[in-house]
Design a protein around this ligand. Sequence first.
Ligand SMILES: O=P(O)(O)OC[C@H]1O[C@H](O[C@H]2O[C@H](CO)[C@@H](O)[C@H](O)[C@H]2O)[C@H](O)[C@@H](O)[C@@H]1O
Ligand SMILES: O=c1ccn([C@@H]2O[C@H](COP(=O)(O)OP(=O)(O)O)[C@@H](O)[C@H]2O)c(=O)[nH]1
Length: 959
Amino acid sequence: MKLNSCEEICISPNSPTLLQTAHFPGNMYNNYSPATPRTNSYSPTTPRTRLERLLRERELRKLNRSLNFHSTEEPRDGSREGELFWNDPFLTDGDNLSFCNEEEFLEVARPSNDGFEWLDGRPSKQRLLVVANRLPVSAIRKGEDSWQLEVSVGGLVTALLGVKEFEARWIGWAGVNVPDEIGQRALTKALAEKRCIPVFLDEEIVHQYYNGYCNNILWPLFHYLGLPQEDRLATTRSFQSQFDAYKKANQMFADVVNEHYEEGDVVWCHDYHLMFLPKCLKEYNSKMKVGWFLHTPFPSSEIHRTLPSRSELLRSVLAADLVGFHTYDYARHFVSACTRILGLEGTPEGVENQGKLTRVAAFPIGIDSDRFIRALELPQVQEHMKELKERFSDRKVMLGVDRLDMIKGIPQKILAFEKFLEENPNWRDKVVLLQIAVPTRTDVPEYQKLTSQVHEIVGRINGKFGTLTAVPIHHLDRSLDFHALCALYAVTDVALVTSLRDGMNLVSYEFVACQASKKGVLILSEFAGAAQSLGAGAILVNPWNITEVANSIGYALNMPPDEREKRHWHNFMHVTTHTSQEWAETFVSELNDTILEAQLRTKQVPPLLPAEVAINRYIQSNNRLLILGFNATITEPADNPGSRGDQIKEMELKLHPDLKEPLKMLCDDPKTTVVVLSGSDRSVLDDNFGEYDLWLAAENGMFLRCTKGEWMTTMPENLNMDWVDSVKHVFEYFTERTPRSHFELRETSLVWNYKYADFEFGRLQARDMLQHLWTGPISNASLDVVQGGRSVEVRAVGVTKGAAIDRILGEIVHYKGMKEPIDYVLCIGHFLGKDEDVYTFFEPELPSETTIAARTKVAEPATCATKVSINKCGSKGCCNKNQRPLSSLAKRTGNEGNGWQCTHGQILIQEGSSVLDLNGDNYFSCAVGRKRSKARYLLASSDDVVTLLKDLAESCLSG
Ligand SMILES: O=P(O)(O)OC[C@H]1O[C@H](O[C@H]2O[C@H](CO)[C@@H](O)[C@H](O)[C@H]2O)[C@H](O)[C@@H](O)[C@@H]1O
Ligand SMILES: O=c1ccn([C@@H]2O[C@H](COP(=O)(O)OP(=O)(O)O)[C@@H](O)[C@H]2O)c(=O)[nH]1
């Protein structure tokens, strides 16, 4: 017989679909009519899978966009082009608000069941609450109650301004301390006109949260600059107070969101400033649709694990429904931090924690490319371009545009330019580098130091290569307005982006968008997220390699036109098709779908055990059977559940200390029989339960012992164990090569466990092992290979708890001389999928009738097969040919008699009477700490088992 593979989970870390967002040219749903109302019933065009749904939504969005395009197309004369927020309703001037005022806005968006918004038979805009540390405008106080608003600089702002498909409101900090009520009220009003809602943070919080925890700890860490060292050590000391301020600030953001939230809204949290926010929001309302997107890199888990608050932050983010990153690498790092640091399950969809899935995926951001392309036609931009061309008519223009941040590699860029000039004297009077360095985070000492450093280098180089009339580097410590920036991009010959790390880098996108005429060259750091999307057309460099960057400058300046053209078009296509609109729509659509899918999944999750009912039924019953798993059911809980924990301590399984008393009471009750049914071997059960009056079923029920007696075997006859040596050999091999893994050699099975090993490595090793077991020399043996969450188990076919239970039951009935049938069963365990057959064993045959007796009286042997078949899966007690009849066991143990007998697969307590008279309402199967189970009910953890058993024990005392 071939090996059976019984999967507990199916993980494929290299699956090509892992964490990827689908982008297919879908035309499958062209027959969809926007007026068609949605129903829940499946029609040939009703998408059933996630991918089908997402493809359909993409089609719908395209359709919706084309409909909107025809009705709201901008005038082509560019009359409104001069405004930065020319078609963005939430950032138009207050006067313009009438075209989409507050009342209209609130009226429009009403969610339908599946997350779509519908208006007049076609999808309308969904309400989107964008929550980011910074509002798209910064406020400058002009008087007690008057404010001036200025557009904030940064990629996040640029990207989100391009999002037009939603009724968006922006919640964030206005970048200013407003201690007085008059000021707050006036600013709130001014911002409301821009559809912005302020979060007021006081100076101390800003200092500790923004300058401290965000910009001095998380920002450098996420960009691989490590935690504070030497002069930043003071920060390490104040770490805890900064983290407290961070949590407090996040809670303040949450409070404002909660105040403005309406049912059906999508709440989209942004960036490392707000990692605590998803948790705060879900605590307030678990039904809120919450997404979180990180604009920076997420570093390797090795970097993240140095952070003192590493686990708390990860857990908070995981409270979101969807977590997004710019690139697949960042998403992969995040999942691996969750598996390595929190010990959670990484799946192809994301991270799973006790059945709750947080979807994790890559959503590369883009820009509103049309806005840049159109701006180039504006007279004022043309004028700027003309001036610049004249000014630098005799030189090639190289451009750098960055916030003055250490991650942007500005010193490295300038040093590479210096090297280029040194090595290419002929270029010294033919090229100029324009470096726009926008001041940022100026309160943080590191940034102040960087400014001086850059000034020093620029001064030195200009001194070295400058003349009385010209300098090679024009360095500006300021930002430019949109039009000036577009003109600059357009006249540039070579753009130089040398970020040491950068989440994406939108400057590179903007440059490409403005280069349709010139087709200049982009030199791009391989450490910017943009390298993954624009890498084909750009010249990729390692910014730390000054020689390489200098050579690339030479290559770019000398590049022939046809190569420039090819490279440019490649990137131009990407920039104009992967826009910020697409980005936001894809994210929100996936978020809606994630929630839809979670709802579908929830329907399949068994309900929590109705403990009171189970207890009442228990009290009313006369012959009860309690079947308890051991490990993770009634054992003492791990100190740090989920994580790798203390191996030495945890490997020695111990009964939960709070259960000693109640278990004794239950065992001593003459109306109750307790069975501990475990995969563990006999000695483990002996050590834990020797003093109790109960039944021990070791090795998945293959050995049985009443604690008053000796161990006996219930193993099926002819159980083939010839394979053991070969499998042992394989297990030894993998144990040697997987640090902190171990294996247990039991009499009827072998278990290789990698719970304490590096999770990803263990998983790969397990995959390799399974491959070998399924296809190698032992693949023809009569084996079951059972894959657990963190284990691989090999057993002889027929070794399962469900297969064993009828033999165990027979033995107990026989031994106890039961006269009365069992009328109550409570079966609780944290079992592998393979062993969940124990739950179905007791299920009444006729599911519709709750009152039928599962095992009715057997009048004639001939009816036994239909009326009383014990197990639906075919392994039926003593009728199975492979199993030793219980009568032989009985003989061996000398316990025959007492009216018990075994006839045609049925255990009878006396002539014609079944051992079970189980009313459906008296059967409680219950899986612990699982969401997917064949059990009727769930309990969250072994702590809940303790509570339940305590209550059961006490119920009879009081009764
Ligand atoms: O608000 P500041 O503290 O002054 O910083 C400005 C923004 O910088 C970061 O931008 C990132 O987002 C871009 C768009 O996704 C991405 O292209 C870039 O690589 C990132 O550095 C930061 O993440 C934002 O929160 C800041 O607002
Ligand atoms: O004088 C300037 C310089 C830059 N930017 C904008 O700042 C953003 C920088 O985004 P990027 O993703 O490159 O980096 P970030 O600063 O967000 O880290 C881009 O959209 C630029 O157009 C700007 O508005 N004015």
